[in-house]
Design a protein around this ligand. Sequence first.
Ligand code: SF4
Ligand code: SF4
Length: 173
Amino acid sequence: MKRSISHQFQAYRPLLRKNRSSLRRFLTRLSKNSPRGLDARIRSLEPGVWKTVDCLSCANCCISMTPTYTITDRRRIARYLGLTVAAFQKKYLRQERGGDRDWLNRSRPCPFLNRSDNKCRIYSVRPADCAGFPHLRKRFADYAHVHHQNVEECQATFELVRRLQASLAHRLK
Ligand code: SF4
Ligand code: SF4
């Protein structure tokens, strides 16, 4: 029987919606006034997050978002699929008209998501953006705006920010 795609995410959604404003306010506050040792604190909380989140039962990032594909990504993935870069781009991607003119998925869910088990069909050569997502180990100052956006879309981000808020409650009163 086919697994229900993102069943776990759907179950989580009400909790995310209920807490998003509070967590976003907290992130804004942290961005303006980061306590010392913030990145070390995040690193210490992150392993616990992955004990409660199962990405293969979620896949919301692959379903509702798109990675950006650098030229290195496009060359690597095209080679893996036996396509030229031009053919790969034409078949799967579109280029943004404005902004950074990033290369993005043409459709959602991502065409490389295997809908029967939520696994990535190009996992070994997936875009660097996917490999680093949800960027919890990156410097907070550089990724606060990303967490702000993802706190409602990614359970792992939500869990990390919620734990961070609880761990700093006594210092941010
Ligand atoms: S390339 Fe793979 S990991 Fe990245 S969004 Fe698509 S299915 Fe998900
Ligand atoms: S990274 Fe976040 S959105 Fe993506 S599958 Fe894992 S928990 Fe879900």
